[in-house]
Design a protein around this ligand. Sequence first.
Ligand code: GDP
Length: 464
Amino acid sequence: MKLNDHSTIAAISTPAGRGAIAMIRISGDKSLAIGNKVFYPKNKNKPLSKAGGFTAHFGEFHDSGEIIDEVICTVFRGPHSYTGEDMIEITCHGSLYIQQRILEVLINRGCRLAEPGEFTLRAFLSGRIDLSQAEAVADLIASTSLAAHRIALQQMRGGFSGKIELLRQQMVDFASLIELELDFSEEDVEFADRSQFLILVKELKNEISSLIDSFRLGNVLKHGIPVAIVGKPNVGKSTLLNALLNEERAIVSEIPGTTRDSIEDVITLQGVAFRFIDTAGLRHATDQIEKIGIGRTQEKMEQAAIILYVFDLCEITASELTQTIASLREQFGEEAKRIILIGNKTDQLVEIPHDFNSLVEYETIFISAKRKENINLIIDSLLRAVQGYEFSGDTLVSNARHLEALQAALAHMNAIEEGMYSHLPTDLISVDIRLALHHIGTITGQVTSDELLGNVFGKFCIGK
Ligand code: GDP
């Protein structure tokens, strides 16, 4: 992570590969001077070095007399740019060769290749955005659903930072009251009213706790609503998953799962992302049934917000189904877990047995996964089940790093509260308040370390 490096950096910001056009970005003091050496504007009276901010210029990009491409240079003058520095965005034709040549020329002329996330790091270091806003930029780029997009956008525009800053300010005020008392500790006075302090601590704890609680929803909205497809071997779970994945309306993406080696399938249906938990295992383990042991299934069901319980209509008996429903009931009680029963292989039956129809304690959908019949009913049901998982615009924690910081801060707030009850000396209490403040400060980046910045920006792509 290059923290005190002011060299002028360059990178290709469009995806690797050939598109209609591509964009190469330069940022730093020397951007315009370097641009001037390689860009020959059509309007010869308007060299880049004299160009104002927010202007676009058409011309030729040259490498020592050789024309590489006809390009458009958009000029940004610091501090009114993404990074806060002088910047140029060179838009060229999308050939990989042209992109590489332009980048090479820029490097030969004094630019350094940008590291991942370095443009955004500079935006953070110049104070244009805080750390949680920088993270939101990455989330926005990665967003694949309406809710994930809204959360990222709100966070990028400072909604989340505002809330954290307010919380931090209240904690700073509290800390200064405590410190004030410390200053006078020689005189052995406790002039700040302890019961007032306690009320304040409780309020702060409540605020932190409600942010922590919001992670459950924030995480689901950001990464997709977790759905588990469970049932006995050979009932048709993987066939069903494939049918869902093949739905025309579905946008399918694979994201690395929470467990090692697992890939989770995310399907976006009408703007809502559903994450099928550990479905890679599901698809690949059909011939090694032991792999989906009871333990694994149990774990999947616990993580899920929605459970699709699949059974084979030709195999199951009404009493077995009753038992299954009872055991699902017992496990999840009246918890907000949606259970949808899926009776599969209708193609093998003349009609649905009547005794199943009497078991409609849970929503039951009859399908043929193999023939892709009634898959749309499952989709409708999934979409109905997500009501309550909507983004209302309230501040939500959706980032695991923020969650950890809040949890750490809460632990120190608890210690402060206990300390007050047990009349701990003020100087000991003030240690915890400083630590709580430290953790809150890491969210927006008031408190940073090289390691923290490395972790945050290292996950960005080059050119952002
Ligand atoms: P899993 O072990 O639950 O994942 O089950 P699979 O999806 O691997 O399916 C087991 C067997 O049932 C395979 O031979 C499938 O072709 C078959 N199968 C799945 N769905 C249907 C269906 O709707 N009708 C019929 N007749 N066979 C099905």
